[in-house]
Design a protein around this ligand. Structure first.
Ligand SMILES: [Zn+2]
Length: 176
């Protein structure tokens, strides 16, 4: 099931919650559906059914009150699906959205020339762009990155089953 991003009342991301918990919080009046990138409330396209009623599944919820944030765990080592989460499962050169098996890791500064496997030197890329770029830097290959690669947010580590179920609105609240 798709999840909702739960925000503190100040917009700080807290955690992902499942659809049922999201609906319960809404019914208890503890949250509002946050506005997404288009300036409208952020929902998934699908509905979620409870025994009594069907609801539109929210993608981002904001608490109406402040909760003390638990300290974040130390970020674990470099992981492929975390990188894909950070990049919204999109090739950072052509922007195409793909699933786990169709995406690759591109080293912005090539490994063959000493580039390291770290958050700031790795981006998500489709096979085509990765092949085109080869052992060149983006400048040398005449390719442009959609954004500068940064350390992921703690919530990017949350395992969303290695598939493309990332809601674009989440980026709004999880940018560094
Ligand atoms: Zn591409």
């Amino acid at each position: 099931m798709k999840r909702a991003l739960l925000l503190n009342c100040n917009g700080e991301p807290l955690q992902f919650i499942d659809g049922m918990r999201a609906i319960k919080l809404m019914l208890k009046g503890r949250v509002d559906v946050a506005f997404g990138a288009t300036g409208t409330p952020s929902y998934w396209e699908e509905n979620i059914a409870t025994p009594s009623k069907e609801f539109k599944l929210p993608a981002v919820l904001r608490l109406k009150y402040y909760v003390q944030k638990r300290p974040h765990k130390k970020p674990p080592r470099f992981q492929k699906h975390v990188l894909f989460n950070r990049d919204s499962w999109r090739c950072q050169y052509c922007g195409i959205e793909l699933s786990y098996s169709c995406l690759t890791i591109d080293h912005v500064f090539p490994t063959s020339r000493g580039g390291s496997t770290c958050w700031r030197n790795c981006v998500t890329a489709c096979r085509k762009c990765n092949n085109t770029k080869g052992n060149k830097t983006p400048e040398e290959a005449g390719m442009k990155l959609m954004k500068q690669p940064l350390e992921p947010h703690t919530l990017h580590y949350w395992d969303i089953s290695k598939s493309s179920v990332w809601h674009d609105d989440w980026n709004l609240f999880m940018s560094q």
